[in-house]
Design a protein around this ligand. Structure first.
Ligand code: PEP
Ligand code: MG
Length: 759
């Protein structure tokens, strides 16, 4: 049975379209179980009725015709109960409903199992047999297993069909796809699929012009590609800092590498024509990268593939599309990488949607730096069918809508307009410090990791940098940066904000943030070697970084000690002691070398549940605490922050998260130390009210969120925020809490910020 199951699932996944997929299921199941009928009923998203979509055994003309409400018939019973119904004689059941067009009166035995994908009922898989019999356990469990396995494939095929069919049977407007937020913002635009680069897999084997001529052609293509990337790097340089441009150096390096260029040349010399030689080399190295355990290195497979296509497009110049990129166009791709932006005039780019990747992929980091909305990891996305389709992108919630109807489009147009107006209005307030209505200051600082963030942060009214993720510049290099290199980097950021505080977090690699040159292979990377654990195990790396931070402080500002150092992922007092000992050592070394370095302020990130319980103890040893809600929430709720499948369970307004934050605030304040929040939660307007109510002393958010967070703070008094927090303590689930807080925002005249739930 397992063999049959595997074969059916494989065939369905490879089906050309939705109807072929359904046809495969009914024919294969009927044959495998040796029964008389197998049918599939699917629920129409528009009417909610169950429609017979495919059958092997019932009259063909009834397909597409027979439909019923979930309150009717035996199929309706399976759907409404969400469990199997197994009957030896269907006709004797009180829920039996007869449809003459099916001819099913001939069949007595009935077994129906529900098809459920991510908790939503897609339909019912039914088998029937002429003679009265009860299907045995083996049949039932086979069908349940098959339905569970096929649910994802059916959802994908259905989605595909909804998007592409002009007159689909099950409705095709406002097709929603969900992924992971990559970069905040909303956008409306037409899809431009990044398949325009030549397709390597379609390259046939053929006679070339002879090794010499083919080699010449290939080398020319490599050199053209190199120029193209240099050019892109320069163009992007206007929008990005020099630091981020290092991304493109990785491409240039690959272009000179043995694995790509020399191996292709070897194949050409052995007689292959250039495009096929390139195709085989790329396939080979993609396989090597894909087999790697480390997620960062696996991502490099996409870079190799992308680079291969790029070289190919120069080998086959005639195939290169010169189409114009439409204004506000939405770049859509299966696995978008930084180099896909080469296809796009940045000023016209409306949004980015990638079927693969997460919020920490390069392209998402770039999207945030460019202030372009992005949705990542939309796994059900049939990229090839999206070209030119109208798409609505919601980068806040990580979702998109294809083929919107007029109503939904109008709603998004309103959101885009409001966002633009709001941004303009709020820019005027940027200079005012953030304080509650009763004058209690709650400074809003910037989260950063890119030098390109400095200018926009200052323009948006950031009152310092609450979190500078030093691993970002480490991630886009091809080796650990040296002490002097780091000093120059940190100095720029500390000097730009002087005298405002700049919080440099020490290296937080591991988890989903891997360095290409420091691979770590683990089964559970989020529970593994990450953050401070790596730093303590590698004092040589840690000391270099600490020395660079201290020297940067001295160089950047002789008058103000505006540098703060923050340790990530602290889960025990001993870790803090170890980190402090190394910080003291780094300072002593520098003092010995003649640098007159004051002691900077030191903070601990609270992002592991253990640190919540140790908040007071930790706070007594340092100058401040900073809560990293992105990790804290994932550890408290046991929900991977990058897994789209459980994204609906990841909710910062979960009562447990609120209580944990209150405990941290109380602990820090008992120790007489301030506490800030620097995770994404601090950028959520509803959550900001609660954080103010708890007495959180400052917030740190991504640049684009600064104006709206300031607006929320300025719209509430501390009393009102405390009262709302007290009301939320009595509520049971995140939905109730969000609804209460959204109402409060609307009442305070901040309805424009309450976009969630409306669309
Ligand atoms: C966090 O965990 O909330 C945080 C700010 O750190 P990062 O997102 O870099 O893990
Ligand atoms: Mg974290």
């Amino acid at each position: 049975m397992l063999q049959v199951l595997r074969r059916v699932v494989q065939e369905v996944n490879g089906a050309a379209d939705f109807f072929e997929a359904l046809h495969i299921i009914v024919t294969r199941v009927k044959a495998a179980l040796d029964i008389d009928v197998c049918s599939i009923y699917l629920k129409s998203p528009s009417s909610g009725r169950l429609v017979l979509m495919a059958s092997e055994g019932l009259h063909a003309e009834s397909v597409g015709q027979v439909e019923m409400d979930p309150s009717e018939g035996l199929v309706g019973l399976v759907a409404s109960r969400a469990e199997p119904v197994n009957l030896d004689s269907a006709q004797d059941h009180p829920r039996f409903r007869y449809f003459p067009e099916t001819g099913e009166e001939r069949f007595l035995a009935f077994l129906g199992v529900p098809i459920i994908h991510q908790r939503s009922m897609l339909g019912v898989l039914v088998v029937q047999q002429r003679e009265a019999r009860r299907f045995d356990d083996e049949h039932v469990s086979f069908l349940i297993t098959l339905a569970a396995q096929l649910a994802g494939a059916i959802a994908y095929a259905e989605f595909n069909d909804e998007i592409s069919s002009e007159t689909p049977l099950i409705g095709h407007q406002n097709v929603e796809a969900t992924g992971i937020p990559g970069s905040p913002g909303v956008a409306i635009g037409h899809a431009v699929v990044a398949y325009r680069l030549a397709d390597l897999d379609s390259i046939p084997d053929r006679e070339g012009a002879g090794p010499e001529a083919e080699l010449e052609r290939f080398r020319q293509a490599v050199s053209d590609t190199r120029e193209e990337i240099q050019d892109l790097k320069q163009r992007m340089g206007e929008a990005l800092g020099p630091d981020e441009q290092v991304l493109f150096d990785a491409y240039l390096m690959l272009l000179g590498s043995d694995s790509l260029v020399h191996k292709t040349e070897g194949r050409i010399s052995a007689g292959q024509w250039a495009p096929a030689a390139l195709r085989d080399t790329v396939r080979e190295s993609v396989r090597v990268f894909e087999d790697m355990e480390d997620p960062y290195l696996r991502e490099r497979a996409a870079d190799v593939r992308d680079l291969g296509r790029r070289v190919l497009s120069h080998l086959l110049p005639a195939d290169r599309s010169q189409d114009e990129f439409p204004d506000g166009g939405i770049l859509v791709g299966d696995d978008l990488t930084a180099s896909h932006l080469a296809e796009v005039p940045i000023e016209r780019l409306g949004a980015i949607v990638s079927a693969q990747g997460t919020g920490s992929s390069h392209i998402a980091i770039l999207a945030r730096a460019l202030n372009v909305p992005a949705v990542m990891g939309v796994s059900d996305l049939p990229v090839g069918r999206l070209e030119d389709r109208e798409i609505l992108v919601d980068g806040y919630r990580g979702r998109l809508f294809v083929n919107p109807n007029a109503e939904l489009r109008a709603e998004f147009e309103r959101l885009v307009r409001e966002e633009r107006e709001l941004a303009e209005d709020l820019r005027a307030l940027a200079r005012d410090p953030a304080a509650t209505r009763d004058g209690h200051p709650v400074p809003v600082l910037a989260n950063s990791g890119l030098l390109a963030d400095i200018k926009p942060s200052l323009e948006s009214g950031a009152e310092g940098v609450g979190l500078y993720r030093t691993e970002v510049p480490f991630m886009i290099r091809d080796r650990f940066p040296g002490e002097e290199e780091q000093v120059r980097l940190y100095e720029q950021i500390v000097a730009s904000f002087d005298p405002m505080p700049v919080t440099l977090r020490t290296l937080d690699i591991g988890g989903d943030k891997a360095l290409p040159y420091f691979p770590v292979q683990e089964d559970n990377p989020f529970l593994g070697w990450r953050g401070i654990r790596i730093s303590l195990d590698h004092p040589e790396i840690f000391l270099t970084q600490l020395r660079a931070m201290l020297r940067a402080m001295l160089r950047a500002s002789r008058e103000h000690d505006n540098l703060q150092i923050l340790f990530p992922m602290i889960s025990a007092l001993d870790e803090l002691k170890g980190a402090m000992a190394l910080l003291n050592r780094a300072r002593e070394e520098l003092l010995d070398e003649g640098y007159r370095i004051p002691m900077p302020k030191v903070g601990v990130m609270v992002e592991v549940p253990a640190a919540v319980y140790l908040a007071e103890t930790l706070a007594r040893r340092v100058d401040f605490l900073s809560v990293g809600t992105n990790d804290l929430v994932q550890y408290l709720l046991a929900v991977d922050r990058n897994n789209a499948r459980v994204a609906n369970l990841y909710d910062t307004l979960h009562p447990a998260c609120i209580r944990a934050l209150e405990a941290v605030a109380e602990g820090a304040h008992r120790a007489g130390k301030p506490v800030s929040v620097c995770g994404e939660m601090a950028a959520d307007p509803a959550a900001v009210i609660l954080l103010v109510g708890m007495g959180i002393d400052s917030l740190s958010v991504s640049v684009s969120a600064i104006p709206r967070v300031k607006w929320v703070i300025r719209s509430f008094s501390t009393d009102r925020a405390e009262a709302l927090l007290a009301q939320c303590r009595l509520l049971e689930n995140p939905e109730q809490i969000r609804s209460l807080l959204n109402n409060a925002l609307v009442q305070a005249g901040l309805g424009g910020l309450v976009r969630a739930g409306k669309t």
